[in-house]
Design a protein around this ligand. Structure first.
Ligand SMILES: CC(C)(COP(=O)(O)OP(=O)(O)OC[C@H]1O[C@@H](n2cnc3c(N)ncnc32)[C@H](O)[C@@H]1OP(=O)(O)O)[C@@H](O)C(=O)NCCC(=O)NCCS
Length: 220
């Protein structure tokens, strides 16, 4: 079967779902046959002319009914994205990647499954990006950077060479991370933050230079 025949769904029929659709449409590799959304008011309606088929808990039956092979998750909550990814993979579905053809990704860099990489993103050599990452417009990622699973990187973020970001890190609009620094798991970097020293896990930092604002409260 050619990949174009792989029938995939986008989890989340909100604004980010539209972004994922736009990138998949641009790639022209997968056939997007539906959106999945837990808001029952959306079920039966169309989004981008694509039907909203049901909720995530409907996936076992929807998978058979619509012969769905793959999925990608557009939900902004990093931990929820990870959990949902595991659930859907356990159903035998394949996480596919949405990588914009006009992202400039070094051939010496790698990324996992279920990732979004938007237009204008630049990634230098020997960088690794984990599963279910969301890398937004024009983020600039240096060489030998390590990015964990389920990370979100907002537009215009700049990450210096050899930096390391743990799983579930959330990097706000236009933040910068100096080279070689380590950002701990689950940390949140506010919009415009300039990170000039390592960030411990599960804290929110803001400002120039970035300072701790508070602890991250995880809902689970
Ligand atoms: C850092 C952040 C998560 C904090 O959100 P919050 O907990 O709701 O914080 P609040 O809005 O209550 O602000 C708390 C204080 O921090 C300050 N603050 C909040 N965000 C800040 C930032 N990015 N830079 C500097 N100061 C910031 C506020 O001014 C406020 O200060 P005050 O108490 O002196 O008035 C949020 O402001 C932020 O920057 N999010 C990133 C958004 C983003 O880039 N999204 C990506 C879209 S693709």
């Amino acid at each position: 079967m050619s990949e174009k025949q792989e029938r995939v769904v986008i989890i989340g029929a909100g604004g980010m779902g539209g972004v994922y659709f736009d990138v998949l449409d641009e790639m022209n590799v997968y056939e997007v046959i539906g959106f999945i959304d837990d808001d029952p008011k959306k079920h039966g309606k169309n989004y981008y002319d694509i039907p909203i088929l049901g909720g995530v808990s409907d996936m076992p039956s929807l998978k058979e009914k619509h012969q769905i092979h793959g999925f990608i998750i557009s939900i902004g909550n990093n931990r929820l994205r990870g959990k949902m990814g595991s659930y859907l993979e356990n159903l035998g579905l394949k996480p596919v990647n949405a990588v914009h053809p006009r992202a400039a990704i070094s051939r010496y860099s790698t990324y996992g499954n279920g990732v979004l990489i938007e237009a204008g993103v630049g990634i230098n050599p020997h960088t690794t990006i984990g599963n279910h990452a969301m890398i937004s417009l024009s983020a600039s990622i240096g060489h030998d950077v390590v990015i964990g699973d389920c990370v979100h990187i907002a537009p215009n973020v700049v990450i210096g060479g050899e930096a390391k970001l743990g799983d579930y890190v959330d990097v706000g609009l236009g933040a910068t991370i100096n080279p070689t620094l380590v950002v701990g798991e689950g940390a949140v970097l506010g919009a415009g933050a300039a990170v000039v020293k390592d960030v411990p896990k599960n804290i929110v930092v803001v400002g120039v230079p970035a300072q701790k604002l508070k602890d991250v409260v995880n809902e689970d």
